[in-house]
Write a protein that binds this ligand. Structure first.
Ligand code: GH3
Ligand code: MG
Ligand code: MG
Ligand code: MG
Length: 325
């Protein structure tokens, strides 16, 4: 579920996190071509105040199911002249609708097709004539199960994002960066193209905290994360690997090109002060030192980072606010 783009946040994070609200009314799609039958189902479900949308065509049902997220789809096994089971198999074949519960409405003589329907993924069924209490009960069961699964998935995705990302900046963390780096080494082996890494460390960052407080320091870290991400291509990765230390991984990039990227980042940080509450005029001049290492040979990721770290050390020694390769 992670996007190709690795420099920013992946889609499990932050505002895109799935909200699971147990209390909201269920939204139900009813696929039924016989209007009086549809009306009866709508009336029964009104008791639970479910939102029910009705359609009498399979094509329309597929379209609606793809564009909206229903808690449940109820379909007659026969929709006009069309086979309701085709809708079932379609819904199960599409990523967006694979998980949606399907309740089949069948007549007694439909038994063989009902079995086939359950086989291709219908969740439950109702026999005509429909008993209102049974309808309500089966709808409630499916909706509850659906929400339970949503909650499990949301929890899983949240713990995944916590394990791999830094909550202050939204960037990937060291653990994820190291894993990604090993993957990029495989790419070096396969393609023979260079891989470059940058280790970035904010200059005199302790002073920021000491002079303006920890919140100001946090703000600087967030803004640096944004500038670094913006300075990279979307297949580069920026990770926060320590307190005020960041690593950028640049696949298919030789040392010379990486140097340009690093110098651009260094300049973009020093040229424009950051907006930080608590600093004089709410502006803070920040600089960064960057160590660069590149390789066309497969070496352990840790080793490549060590080389970049040594270059960073020299950049600090040499007066900071600069890149050393
Ligand atoms: P240098 O130029 O040599 O890198 O100096 P420096 O002050 O940046 O380096 P030093 O390693 O001495 O200090 C890093 C400081 O970063 C110390 C610590 O308080 C601060 N820091 C680490 N993590 C965080 C954080 O998450 N938020 C804030 N606000 N500060 C942090
Ligand atoms: Mg440091
Ligand atoms: Mg330091
Ligand atoms: Mg520092």
């Amino acid at each position: 579920r992670m996007r190709e783009q690795t420099s920013g946040q992946f889609d499990l994070l932050g505002s895109n996190e799935p909200e699971v609200n147990e209390d909201r009314k269920a939204s139900v799609l009813l696929v039924e071509s016989f209007a009086p039958a549809a009306q009866r189902v709508v009336q029964v479900l009104a008791k639970d105040e479910d939102n029910v949308e009705v359609t009498d065509s399979l094509a329309k049902a597929q379209e609606l199911a793809a564009s909206k997220r229903f808690d449940l789809i109820i379909t007659n096994i026969q929709v006009g002249g069309e086979d309701g089971l085709r809708l079932c198999s379609h819904l199960r074949s599409q990523e967006e609708t694979r998980q949606v519960p399907i309740l089949l409405i069948v007549e007694e003589f439909d038994m063989p097709r009902l079995i086939k329907g359950l086989d291709i993924g219908a969740s439950d069924y109702l026999m005509k004539p429909i008993d209102p209490n049974e309808l309500l009960a089966r709808v409630r069961i499916q909706v509850r199960r659906r929400r339970y699964q949503d909650r499990l998935r949301a929890n899983y995705e949240r713990s995944l994002s916590l394990a791999l990302t830094d909550s202050l900046t939204g960037l990937y963390n060291r653990r994820y960066a190291m894993r990604h780096l090993e993957g990029l080494m495989d790419r070096v082996k396969d393609s023979g193209k260079a891989l470059s890494v940058l280790v970035c460390d904010l200059d005199r960052f302790k002073n920021v905290n000491d002079s303006y407080g920890h919140a100001a320091g946090d703000e600087v870290l967030k803004q640096f994360a944004q500038r670094a991400t913006a300075a990279m291509r979307n297949f580069d990765m920026v990770a926060r690997t320590g307190g005020e230390e960041f690593v950028c991984l640049l696949p298919d990039t030789d040392g010379q090109s990486a140097l340009k990227v690093a110098e651009r980042l260094c300049r973009r940080v020093s040229d424009t002060p950051m907006k930080v509450d608590g600093a004089p005029n709410s502006e803070l001049s920040v600089t960064v030192s960057i160590g660069l290492a590149a390789t066309t040979k497969v070496i352990p990721g840790e080793e490549l980072l060590k080389i970049a770290d040594a270059a960073l050390y020299r950049a600090k020694q040499n007066g900071r606010n600069q890149v050393i390769a």
